[in-house]
Design a binder for this molecule. Sequence first.
Ligand SMILES: [Zn+2]
Length: 102
Amino acid sequence: MYEVFRHWDTSTVGLVNGLLQDAGVRTVLRNWDACNITEIPIPAIYPNVCVLRKEDSDRAKDIISAFLKSSATTGEPWICHECGEQVESNFLECWQCSTVKG
Ligand SMILES: [Zn+2]
């Protein structure tokens, strides 16, 4: 297995995993539950996405960098449909009530 993406936030890791699977890349999630064990973020146990085949890793990294670029440049804040709070575009979850952007 080849790790291609690691992040403290499971919703971001899940999103990346979904993008890769949509592109036909076979992936495995690691440390998916470990991050809930402690309140203190420990990078070594951050959830991460791995590809099964080495030949997929370059393509996976291209997809991920395109995703990171697009999420960094879509500057529009969004409105949480749960609590109505305005949330900055770089957050995938409402900071107020943790509802995932939908
Ligand atoms: Zn909210």
